[in-house]
Design a protein around this ligand. Structure first.
Ligand code: F0G
Length: 366
């Protein structure tokens, strides 16, 4: 492919390979949201929309590297557990790399768009009668038995690719404001992005490209029904307690055992960040807020905005801060959640008079 040196691969120097199995991932937009910025009340607010990657989530950044490593290793079967997005990306990148893919999904808890992607890209889909954490336990055992090459975020090469989210945000802020963001707010599931961004910052500090006091505060957001990281931060615990029962409308982050916690907790603490949980209602409200600025995201992604709003209201976030919020997946990933959060279609007759009559009548509130 003629994509060398672009997107994720513009940062090849920071990656373990010079090029990957690519569908042109990375270089996602960093949107302005002036109404939301004013409403939440911070100096600057930007939305890094990872839903604009080829398969509609940040997972592509990890897969372009991880699947390339798998190619070098000569493995023939790739596998992951997934709440949906990882499976979509693995299926796409695996098929592009000419490898067999196996995905384990929690039955009935994966948004429609994601299953459709995994299916059409040719993954073998196993629906597990259990939650994501059970799927991840099983796929780790399959990998340990040599049945498949694991491409969950426990695979360090995945996180190498995801570092580029942080690098792009820092570069864009430096260009625009001649300063780095004070804070990066992101949804947390397995805490892979939190770990990846922290690693990116540490490497920049080591290289002398970023001063210690310029490192953005990593701020994680979880859904109230799946918030083991928040619990650990609030309790100043050294380890994260696994939650056996998790529930949230934001199915992408319906995770009780964040496997990257050992790498992510120090990232939140040492950057002076924090973690906060938000309700499903707050998530849906934030999804509408973003949609009102023309940005379509899935529920888990909106958690970042919901969390920022909450922390700003609590005074944890100052009004003079410049903030980047990560939105991790596209609206179309979860069409059912979008339809439920949005306005209902209005039935009208098939003639102009009838349509005009309907327009003149009460519009249906959402
Ligand atoms: N947002 C979305 C849309 C996700 O799909 C995920 C994770 C996260 C946030 C959490 O990111 O794990 O780095 O803290 N999805 C995984 C999956 C679990 O299987 O697609 P994290």
């Amino acid at each position: 492919d003629d994509f060398e040196g672009e997107g994720v691969w513009r940062y090849a120097e920071a990656l373990p390979l010079e090029d990957g199995v690519t569908t042109q991932e990375g270089a996602t937009p960093l949107y302005e949201v002036p109404r939301l910025e004013e409403d939440i009340g911070v100096e600057a607010l930007r939305i890094k929309h990872e839903g604009m990657n080829p398969t509609g989530s940040f997972k592509d950044r990890g897969m372009t590297v991880g699947v390339a490593v798998a190619t070098e290793l000569g493995v023939d079967r790739l596998a992951c557990a997934s709440t949906g997005n990882t499976s979509a990306a693995l299926a796409a990148y695996g098929s592009r790399g000419g490898m067999e893919t196996l995905v384990l999904l929690p039955a009935g808890k994966v948004a429609a768009g994601k299953v459709a992607q995994a299916s059409l890209h040719g993954a073998r889909i196993l629906e597990v009668d259990g939650n994501f954490d059970a799927c991840l336990d099983i796929v780790q055992e399959l990998a340990a038995k040599g049945e498949a090459y694991l491409l969950n975020s426990l695979n360090p090469f995945r996180l190498e690719g995801q570092k580029t989210i942080g690098l792009e945000i820092l570069e864009a802020f430096r260009e625009e404001y001649d300063a780095f963001p004070d804070r990066i707010v992101l949804p947390v599931g397995n805490a892979g992005n939190t770990a990846a961004l922290y690693k990116a910052f540490r490497e920049l500090v080591q290289a002398g490209a970023l001063a210690e006091d310029e490192v953005p505060k990593l701020t994680g957001v979880q859904a109230e029904g799946a918030a083991p990281m928040v619990e650990a931060i609030e309790n100043r615990a050294d380890e994260v307690r696994r939650w056996d029962d998790v529930e949230t409308r934001a199915t992408a982050i319906r995770i009780g055992n964040p496997v990257n916690a050992p790498k992510a907790l120090p990232g939140i603490r040492e950057t002076g960040g924090t973690a906060v949980s938000v309700s499903d209602e707050e998530i849906t409200e934030a999804q509408r807020d973003l949609a009102g600025e023309g940005i379509g995201v899935e529920p888990a992604s909106a958690a970042s905005i919901a969390g920022l709003r909450k922390l700003r209201a609590e005074g944890v976030v100052d009004d003079d801060e410049r903030v980047a919020c990560l939105t991790t997946g596209h609206l179309l990933k979860d069409p059912d959640a979008a339809a439920a959060a949005g306005a209902d279609p209005e039935p009208v007759p098939a003639d102009t008079e009838g349509v005009l009559a309907s327009l003149a009548g009460e519009s249906s509130p959402d």
